[in-house]
Ligand binder design. Structure first.
Ligand SMILES: Nc1ncnc2c1ncn2[C@@H]1O[C@H](COP(=O)(O)OP(=O)(O)OP(=O)(O)O)[C@@H](O)[C@H]1O
Length: 262
């Protein structure tokens, strides 16, 4: 939790969410809330159900049971209202490859009904250190630059809820730090941010709270520091400690097991 911001009312409420693919249950009874001014991490081994959970929140996938609301709007009953309040980070490959970065920003502003002048587009690109790349196409940018564009687009309509699926995978430490700072700025402005990551370092560095998901269920939920504290004497965790001091990764492996997932 940011020191400057008092915890606000929930922006995202997920209540006993179930997702099935055919007869296979990918998400079983997941419940959590994310408040404004909070960065919430979804962690879990491959196949745990993180993307399925995000897809249900985004309205891309119909849950088999449970309810999701964004800013009080039920995603099933008021999908347009709910989606107007959320920003979803897209992959670089999802953008129109033939357009320049400026044209992409202009296009998405229009899609989201945001009035934006050419000067404002220039300012926005400058704010993510991409003033010089305004005429470049997305494929001509580095991975870090693409992720900055992607975050800019997903937040162009100033959504209260921001959903980021592994936003820093493959980035160098500088680009990763830069994105962390941008994400924290949104948090400090009172937005709610949900992030999935496989990086325990990232979870510890930016997440105020995390949920560890395994086999479709939340098995632990708290701040990273509290999860470590609570598991300092957990034999399953102590068995996997590598460097004498219990880390979030040790807690994660201790709770989810060492077996490689398919
Ligand atoms: N469209 C689908 N049809 C059938 N099964 C699916 C489908 N999408 C996901 N699954 C299965 O549902 C489970 C959860 O998948 P999901 O992608 O939500 O996991 P994840 O935690 O995001 O994994 P990863 O870390 O690998 O991205 C997995 O067992 C996966 O194989």
């Amino acid at each position: 939790m940011s020191n400057q911001v008092t915890r606000q009312a929930p922006i995202l409420e997920v209540d006993h969410l179930n997702v099935k693919y055919g007869t296979f249950t990918a998400v079983r009874g997941i419940s959590f809330e994310v408040a404004g001014g909070e960065i919430f991490g979804l962690l879990g081994p491959n196949g745990a159900g993180k993307t399925s959970t995000l897809s249900a929140i985004e309205g891309l996938l119909k849950p088999t049971a449970g309810a999701i609301s964004v800013c009080g709007f039920d995603i099933a009953a008021k999908p347009l209202h709910a989606r107007a309040n959320m920003g979803v980070q897209l992959q670089a490959t999802s953008f129109q490859q033939e357009l320049t970065i400026t044209e992409i920003v202009r296009l998405y502003a229009r899609i989201y009904g945001v009035a934006i002048t050419e000067d404002e587009i220039r300012e926005k690109l400058a704010s993510i250190n991409l003033a010089d790349a305004a005429r470049k196409k997305i494929a001509q940018l580095s991975g870090g630059q693409q992720q900055r564009v992607s975050l800019l687009i997903s937040t162009i309509h100033n959504p209260r809820l921001i959903l980021l699926d592994e936003p820093t995978t493959g980035l160098d430490p500088q680009s990763r730090r830069y994105l962390w700072q941008r994400i924290e700025q949104f948090r400090d402005l009172g937005h709610a941010v949900v992030i999935t990551t496989h990086s325990m370092e990232e979870a510890e560095a930016v997440c105020d709270r995390i949920a560890i998901i395994d086999h479709g269920s939340i098995i632990a939920i708290d701040s990273p520091a509290a999860l470590i504290e609570r598991n300092l004497n957990n034999p399953a965790v102590l068995e996997v400690v590598r460097k004498g001091k219990v880390t979030l990764e040790d807690v994660f492996i201790g709770l989810t097991g060492s077996a490689i997932r398919s």
